[in-house]
Design a protein around this ligand. Sequence first.
Ligand SMILES: NC(=O)C1=CN([C@@H]2O[C@H](COP(=O)(O)OP(=O)(O)OC[C@H]3O[C@@H](n4cnc5c(N)ncnc54)[C@H](O)[C@@H]3O)[C@@H](O)[C@H]2O)C=CC1
Ligand SMILES: O=C(CO)COP(=O)(O)O
Length: 382
Amino acid sequence: MSKTPGRSPQRGAAPPRPRVTVLGAGSWGTTFAKVLADGGSDVTLWARRPELAKEIREAKRNSDYLPGVNLPLAVTATSDVAAALAGAQMVFVSIPSQSLRQNLVEIKSLIPDGVPVISLMKGVEKGTGLRMSEVLEQVLEIDRDRIAVASGPNLALEIAKEQPTAAVVSSTSIETAEAVAKVATNRYFRSFINTDVIGTEFGGVLKNLIAVAIGIVDGVGYGENTKASIITRGLVEMTDFAVAYGGHPETLAGLAGLGDLIATSGSSLSRNNTAGRLLGQGYSFADVVKSMQQTAEGLASVAPVLALARAKGVDMPICRQVSEVLAGTLDPKDIAPHLTTDDDSGPQGERTLDAKQDNGRGAFRRSLQRAFDQLRNRGRSS
Ligand SMILES: NC(=O)C1=CN([C@@H]2O[C@H](COP(=O)(O)OP(=O)(O)OC[C@H]3O[C@@H](n4cnc5c(N)ncnc54)[C@H](O)[C@@H]3O)[C@@H](O)[C@H]2O)C=CC1
Ligand SMILES: O=C(CO)COP(=O)(O)O
């Protein structure tokens, strides 16, 4: 809204606009910058390439990643990371997971003291198996309560076109989650909150692997029954895995789990789904990687996820088959018969939660724990 010259400030004048920074001007970083600007913030995007920063700054466009989308005036961009971070009240990070650590090492000293740092990424680090919030905590050496993650059914191009959707912002500190959700909300994007960082983050990582599996099925030419079976059993794998690492099963039934699984598995906009489809059509992993213009996190996450699963004794037959297709040791058209198990021990019960770990009582106990954590966190701010 423009100010009327000469008038004194009126009572009830709008509060000052938060000044936030987004690191990474790919499809998600740029879209999230728009979400934040449309929610009332002044946003600076950091782009690696000066010519992209110039296009965003001057033409309010990012034609490589978001063709046809006009960015709000409140979004600007620079390729100078120090300038991008100066004065930021919140820092959102949206670069490919495997390059996060290197980037953080370079910018660690530039992040303003005490501000929240939010991961928008959906991958785990190869070699360490760390979630992105863990890499942030480890490299930046900041309090975990300053870190948040945002995840949900969030295909960038749909959101850039202002099609309504929702996400969940998660932090071990409910105050941080609330503060971030407040700026990451506008008329077409609604952020919910929770304190289950593990479940929220793993939901985003694991749905990518299932989306690759669905893409493979699409590429082979199988139909809806196969896809529904993989989505349903895939959600069980995702939940078993996340719970084994301390996540809450309810989170996996929410936006960051089932919600994102549905969006990513069903959309040709998904890069993971696209990569899977090419594999299903018979292209090699190397060819697929060469042809991808954007980041398909699932391809890099599959090995660390399977290593983490082995460490906790979690069986992930669908993810395992994805890795075999990537390695060229499984014919894509053989993915379906192995949906639940690859042994010959006879029919299995259809288990939709990990009975070994849950036994019906675990979920209840965890929701009590969560309510307690939230009360305790609220208590801290009062
Ligand atoms: N695109 C989407 O719909 C969504 C993506 N995400 C997540 O956001 C993260 C970023 O993905 P996108 O923006 O979609 O990827 P993208 O491929 O569209 O863009 C990646 C950006 O990172 C930059 N980049 C590449 N290598 C880099 C490096 N070594 N150092 C610094 N910057 C580098 C690229 O220049 C580009 O600007 C991923 O973890 C993805 O899973 C999450 C939700 C939605
Ligand atoms: O995370 C996403 C949607 O929520 C984007 O999925 P892709 O990375 O597969 O495009």
